[in-house]
Write a protein that binds this ligand. Structure first.
Ligand code: TYM
Length: 332
């Protein structure tokens, strides 16, 4: 069977380097090799109750940034999740076979319960079924995502398997998290701990649209330590993160130079950050310039979204008709 690739990102502001390296750069690599469906997960962002204006602007931003990063609407189906009426329909069907106990055990849900106890809504609990609906809608088999989405993919496999077993038919393939580069990535932020994330205050995430000046400001403030006190000392998390980021955007020679400086206790973090800021700016400038151009081209954005919605609905209709018939819905 031919592989189908499906993936998306929530529109909650600008895309950051983690979104790019974990997902969008993969989209661009995969678009020449597979049949691809890439979308803007605007239903998913409703769990945080955005105001209507932000919802629309953020969806537009993600569309622009996907295109600026190189996603080609001539090669892939690029669309807004909310343009497919079949998504909420499949979500409903999958929810009938998703158990509250298993959903409550998903680590991302447990974390939300801890971090936002005042907004533990049913949409958060059933986030994995909505995500499975996105993927299974097009019978996706490969899903380019960062490491943080691994558990959700495991759930999508469980739901597909359960559906097939229940109806005694192999309708829905079991999708896997997939990265052309091999390992799933987890891009660190600049705050010395954890992954780069949209939910931090914006000063520790590197956005694709950041100017060289903004990059320099953020990177110069990145958390490090007071410097190594013995040769080949293990690195503190903040320092290790700077090296990881450097590995993505600098040449191997530059990384090796600072590794040696660190191991021989001569490293000057100021110099290292300056180099990282410069290399990051070189890496991101082509994308930022395209973001600026596309932002002025509403007619093109409208056409891309409309054409994408039409193509995506065609694929979704095929699957949903098959699913409805298997479940037993028939006209009188
Ligand atoms: P979201 O919007 O949080 O992130 C979009 C993509 O970026 C990846 N990502 C990262 N990768 C590496 N390092 C990081 N620091 C980092 N931060 C984010 C995410 O893994 C993701 O691939 N639930 C999804 C959106 C979604 C989806 C889907 C994805 C909805 N339906 C169906 C795939 C298939 C999410 O919230 O991603």
């Amino acid at each position: 069977m031919k592989d189908i690739v499906v993936s998306g990102a929530r529109p909650t502001g600008n895309l950051h380097l983690g979104n790019y390296l974990g997902a969008v750069k993969q989209f661009v690599k995969m678009q020449d090799a597979y049949t691809c469906f890439f979308f803007i997960a605007d239903y998913h962002s409703l769990t945080t109750h955005p105001n209507p204006k932000d919802l629309h602007n953020d969806a537009r931003t993600v569309l622009i940034e996907y295109l600026a990063a190189g996603v080609d609407p001539e090669k892939v189906t690029l669309y807004l999740q909310s343009d497919l009426p079949q998504i909420p329909e499949l979500y409903l069907f999958l929810n009938m076979h998703a158990y509250v106990g298993e959903l409550e055990r998903v680590p991302t849900f447990k974390e939300k319960v801890r971090t936002q106890p005042d907004n533990v809504n049913a949409g958060l609990l059933t986030y994995p079924t909505l995500m499975a609906a996105d993927i299974l809608m097009h019978k996706g088999t490969k899903v380019p995502v960062g490491k943080d989405q691994e558990q959700h993919l495991e759930m999508a496999r469980v739901f597909a398997r359960r559906f097939n077993n229940l109806y005694g038919k192999e309708i829905l393939p079991e999708p896997i998290a997939f990265n052309m580069g091999n390992e799933l990535v987890k891009v660190p932020g600049l705050n010395g701990a954890g992954k780069m994330s949209k939910s931090d205050d914006g000063s520790t995430a590197i956005f694709l649209k950041d100017t060289p000046k903004e990059l320099s400001k953020k990177i110069m403030r990145a958390v490090t330590d007071t410097g190594p006190t013995e040769p080949n000392q293990p690195k503190a998390e903040g320092v290790a993160n700077l090296f990881t980021l450097m590995g993505y955007v600098s040449t191997p020679e530059v990384v090796a130079h600072f590794e040696t400086e660190y191991n021989e206790m001569r490293v000057r973090y100021g110099d290292m950050k300056k180099q990282l800021a410069e290399d990051m700016a070189n890496y991101l400038t082509p994308i930022r310039e395209k973001i600026e151009d596309l932002s002025k081209n509403d007619a093109y954005l409208k056409k891309v979204a409309e054409d994408g919605a039409e193509k995506a609905r065609e694929s979704a209709k095929k699957t949903i008709d098959e699913i409805r018939s298997v479940i037993g819905f028939k006209s009188f």
